[in-house]
Design a protein. Structure first.
Length: 118
């Protein structure tokens, strides 16, 4: 009995193929590209500041400055004719009454959800 223990049935079996050197070339190119990308990323990260300003703190400072300026400024526009009224001079508009119930066609409030339907 003659048994073959290993048979190569996986595609091209010719000797001296180009798959090995081409694979090595692609791996080397990918390694070079990775090294260049890492170096570029490190350069860009070194340029960044250690910490960034807090935008909420900047808004708070601006609001405090604006409020302080409003307090220090004399209210000279309130008595001048033709000037826009200040917010405290405007009377609030009367609120419209809310609808409490929708009536049916016969004058009774709708209770079954059929508002305005006959």
């Amino acid at each position: 009995m003659d048994f073959e223990l290993a048979v190569n049935n996986f595609g091209d079996t010719r000797s001296g193929g180009l798959a090995g050197p081409m694979g090595l070339f692609i791996i080397v190119l990918m390694a070079i590209g990775t090294v260049l990308l890492i170096r570029n990323m490190n350069k860009r990260l070194r340029r960044l500041p250690d910490s960034f300003p807090d935008p909420a703190a900047a808004r708070r400072e601006a609001e405090i400055t604006r409020l302080n300026a409003d307090l220090e400024r004399p209210d000279a526009t309130a008595g001048r004719p033709g000037s826009a009224p200040a917010a405290s001079d405007v009377e609030p508009a009367a609120a419209e009454p809310e609808v409490s119930a929708v009536e049916k066609g016969d004058g009774k409030p709708a209770t079954d959800g059929s508002a305005g339907r006959s």
